[in-house]
Ligand binder design. Structure first.
Ligand code: RBF
Length: 157
């Protein structure tokens, strides 16, 4: 049998940053709540979690990079809501946010998870922020917890 290295879902004692955009605020709040629920459920204490707010998805990577640079967190959870409008901005911002968020994780050696909704309609955003299709904030928090523990396992080898 091969050796399998994986992270647990125990968040106790770990420090998390949530970076969340303000655009489409009602949905963004639901993503933040989902992430907080998930962190608490898995053992994180509120005093070990900081929520940073930035204007929109375009700024998520920038804010996450600054938070990573400042230090003090084991993982960063990026949350935002893009709803397609009548302009091509949606695709530009979605692409930029995704690439920037990914880069922060790679460049800083810190787990950075991605909870950005890219929806055609408000109904889809509602479904993905806590109704029919779950809550992507919750899922992004879970991914961050797992990655923190995976990194610890890799470093302990
Ligand atoms: N930010 C979001 O987080 N979600 C959006 O759906 C969104 N739509 C935008 C549409 C347009 C036409 C523009 C110009 C900006 C939009 N933004 C959106 C804001 C963007 O992420 C950023 O905060 C601002 O452009 C300021 O740099």
């Amino acid at each position: 049998m091969p050796k399998v290295v994986e992270g647990s879902l125990i968040a106790t004692g770990k420090k998390f940053a949530i970076v969340a955009g303000r655009w489409n605020g009602a949905f963004a709040e639901r993503l933040i709540e989902g992430a907080l629920d998930s962190l608490r459920l898995h053992g994180a204490r509120d005093e070990d979690v900081t929520v940073y707010r930035c204007p929109g998805c375009f700024e998520l990577g920038q804010a996450a990079a600054k938070v990573a640079q400042a230090g003090g967190h084991d993982a960063i959870i990026c949350l935002g809501v893009l709803i397609r409008g009548a302009t091509p901005h949606f695709d530009y911002i979605a692409g930029k946010a995704t690439a920037d968020i990914g880069s922060v994780g790679l460049e800083r050696g810190l787990p950075v998870s991605y909870g950005v909704l890219t929806c055609d309609t408000q109904a889809q955003a509602l479904e993905r922020s806590g109704s029919k299709v779950g809550n992507k904030g919750e899922e992004a928090a879970l991914a961050a917890i797992e990655m923190v523990n995976l990194y610890a396992q890799i470093e302990a080898q």
